[in-house]
Design a protein around this ligand. Sequence first.
Ligand SMILES: NC(=O)c1ccc[n+]([C@@H]2O[C@H](COP(=O)([O-])OP(=O)(O)OC[C@H]3O[C@@H](n4cnc5c(N)ncnc54)[C@H](O)[C@@H]3O)[C@@H](O)[C@H]2O)c1
Length: 309
Amino acid sequence: MKVTVVGAGAVGATVADNIARKELCEDLVLLDIKEGIAEGKALDMMQTAALLNFDTKITGSTNDYSKTSGSDVVVITSGLPRKPGMTREELIGVNANIVKGVAQNILQHSPEAIFIIISNPMYTMTYLTLQATGLPKKRIIGMGGALDSARFRCYLSMALKCSPADLNALVIGGHGDTTMIPLMRYATWNSVPVTEFLDAEQQKQIISDTMVGGATLTKLIGTSAWYAPGAAGAAMVEAIVRDEKKLISCSVPLEGEYGQQDICMGVPVILGKNGWEQILDYKLNEEEQALFSKSAEAVRGMNDVLKTL
Ligand SMILES: NC(=O)c1ccc[n+]([C@@H]2O[C@H](COP(=O)([O-])OP(=O)(O)OC[C@H]3O[C@@H](n4cnc5c(N)ncnc54)[C@H](O)[C@@H]3O)[C@@H](O)[C@H]2O)c1
């Protein structure tokens, strides 16, 4: 197995660090456009191998795509992160050009790769990658729901004073502060609906904290977060390279599912060695379906901006 992570910044380096620690592949390439940063971080990580006991070989590359040749999975994190007060959507102008160029370069050297897109605005960047590469839709996957669902479980666990590992909870829809949909009705604590333990006010607070989870961190740190995004990206790589058939909320191209088409949106999918293998049809109630449609409208508006760039 060979995995490439493009962008050796905060998120990319954390994805790579998690992949190496878990030995998800034999060869891991970290690529960045900034001279030396990928080589430096790769070497720094290689120097943890003796301490952490992993055998993954990590190579850094300054924009030399030949080193990424034959990758099975590629994670794209290149692009600007948001600053406090910014929305993810404001990044579209700069990041669209970066992501498109990167995807085309990768494709030349790894025509069989499965793409995981992390750069923001992630839903539009996933849609753009689909268009720019012309790859089969099952090999294009956006990372947003994995992170947002982990944040949802984190806030739920704090309110319930329980282990996040005992919780099942998904966020679907868009990946913006106003477009994501934490599915409270479907969230369970070891099979029991969490709604049995939380009053309406608590539920509302958890949903709202989850939706602005990224913005809260951006305000605290001064830039966008990386530990949870990095772990979420690596969890998706793990599901693919180990063929886990794991159910994860991911942004994938829809063709009628959840009433949408010609768009990439966050829905529950099964991830395995072929990329995303199946979309699960959760029975949304009227209110949830209305939120999904509204979210899709916002994402579609952002996709339209691509035509003007
Ligand atoms: N989808 C999510 O859930 C999620 C979560 C967190 C961050 N993000 C997004 O991920 C992206 C990266 O965030 P970060 O905090 O790591 O930013 P960062 O600034 O730390 O790192 C970005 C890296 O991309 C590199 N880069 C820029 N253009 C490039 C190109 N053409 N080729 C190769 N490398 C290039 C930069 O040199 C930099 O090292 C941002 O767009 C951010 O908004 C998404």
